[in-house]
Design a protein around this ligand. Structure first.
Ligand code: UD1
Length: 424
């Protein structure tokens, strides 16, 4: 297992390019299965979750090739309707193949994803939406068994919002199925995340008829077939937020290229409130800070609220701010496992009932820490970059699931950071 070693205390300075969005790439790859001809998906990042999704759709019979600029997916051999536990357990987003399987084959057998370090993560809303389109679904032996009526899925009016708000995954899954269903669908309470709109953009480029993606009501007129096309995935909103937090907390100055400032408006507003400067242009952001950051309060919420996937990174930044910050997590109330490791580096954070109180300290000190999930590992690396002395972050396979060569980007920005292999 690789680990990452950081000599901290150097401000991040320079320019980096933002990669393609992981959370947009995964549904796009699944959606390529809906077409009857190949697609070229451009700017798909090289990261472990993409490898897992590649294995999944290859298992289902698609032919996937990496090209210079992206991934070519030929769905013509798409034949198998079973997504096995062995693949689904590696990545919850494997559930994205459920909608395409049902829409193309009329039946699907997909292993139930388990919980994960950040919570229980049910899929009831996915199943509710697909049932509304006419699917019959039963859960047996850890698998979702789904079948469409003999005449195929049919459009429906369905609410996809649960007690914790809208669901990105359910919105994407039901949208993919509705694209090939017969008739008109109205999906209500839909997630507004940029990657939902990106999926709708790709489906529309393939011939789907969709209105309202990016809002909380999406209307779909089902079509008979979709054709593969070339489509470029959006830049990664979470990588952008992570690098912005790093620039500000190390009191550096970083130019982020190839990003979408309109997708990170709340992160920008929060950074400014913390005393950092952020200059926006079309597809660049200049971010930095000259002094210690200031404490703020922060509440995660579905888009356009503050993303839960950037909460840990901002907590790392606030652990060094002047004053007491309060972070409330409304999407995954238990998503605070990074707190104990940040405290081992000298942070002063307590958690009670879905809220963290972060009492800013003047300095963090490097330590050996353990990554527990994808975004928590990014937070620990940020803390290591700002801390005095050496930090070693273990279990970086969590990081590799969702970031493309993050340590190389930090090295370009002047950080002393290296990856050490198992034998190193
Ligand atoms: C996606 C992101 C993940 C992010 C999350 C919230 C991908 C691949 N992953 O995950 O990085 O942290 O959005 O922004 O895009 N819920 C239900 N029933 C369901 C589905 C979800 O109750 O059927 C709840 C969840 O427990 C959670 C909330 O709804 O509290 C939002 O989850 P959801 O948006 O579905 O997250 P994912 O799509 O799994």
């Amino acid at each position: 297992m690789d680990r990452i070693r950081i000599e901290g205390g150097r401000p991040l300075a320079g320019e980096v390019e933002i990669g393609g969005a992981k959370n947009a790439s995964l549904p796009l790859m699944a959606a390529a299965l809906l077409a009857d001809s190949p697609s070229l998906l451009e700017h798909i990042p090289h990261l472990q979750d993409v490898v897992t999704m590649t294995r999944m759709i290859e298992h289902l019979g698609a032919d996937v090739t990496r090209t210079n600029g992206g991934i070519r997916i030929d769905p013509s051999g798409f034949a198998d309707a079973e997504a096995p536990y062995e693949l689904v357990r590696r990545m919850r987003a494997s559930i994205y193949v459920l909608g395409p399987l049902l829409a193309r084959f009329g039946h699907a057998r997909v292993s139930l994803p388990g919980g994960c370090a950040i919570g229980t993560r049910p899929i009831d809303l996915h199943l509710h939406g697909l049932r509304a389109l006419g699917a019959e679904i039963r859960i047996e032996h850890g698998y979702v068994h789904a079948s469409a009526p003999s005449e195929g899925l049919r459009g429906a009016d369905v609410v996809l919002e649960g007690p914790n708000g809208p669901s990105v995954g359910a919105t994407c899954n039901v949208l993919m199925a509705a694209a090939l269903a017969r008739g008109h669908s109205v999906l209500r309470g839909t997630a507004r995340e940029p990657h939902v709109a990106d999926l709708a953009g790709y489906l529309s480029a393939m011939g789907a008829s969709i209105r309202g993606a990016g809002t909380d009501v999406i209307e779909v007129d089902g079509v008979d077939r979709l054709s593969g096309t070339t489509y470029r995935v959006i830049p990664d909103q979470i990588e952008t937020g992570t690098l912005m937090a790093g620039a500000a907390m190390t009191r550096g100055r970083v130019l982020l290229r190839g990003c979408r400032p309109d997708h990170v408006q709340v992160e920008i507003a929060k950074l400014r409130e913390m005393g950092a400067y952020v200059e926006e242009d079309n597809d660049t952001l200049l971010v930095g800070a000259d002094d210690r950051l200031r404490a703020i309060s922060l509440r995660t919420a579905p888009y356009p609220g503050f993303p839960t996937d950037t909460q840990a990174q901002f907590m790392a930044a606030l652990s060094l701010a002047v004053g007491e910050s309060r972070i409330t997590e409304t999407v995954y109330p238990d998503r605070f496992i990074h707190v104990a490791e940040l405290n081992r580096m000298g942070a002063d954070i307590t958690v009670e009932l879905g809220s963290a109180t972060v009492r800013g300290v003047e300095r963090l000190s490097g330590a050996t820490v353990m990554a527990s999930d994808l975004r928590a590992s990014a937070a620990l690396i940020l803390a290591g970059l700002a801390a005095e002395g050496t930090t070693e972050c273990l279990r970086v396979y969590h990081l590799d699931r969702g970031y493309e060569r993050l340590e190389e980007k930090f090295r370009v920005l002047g950080a002393k950071i290296e990856r050490i292999g198992e034998k190193g």
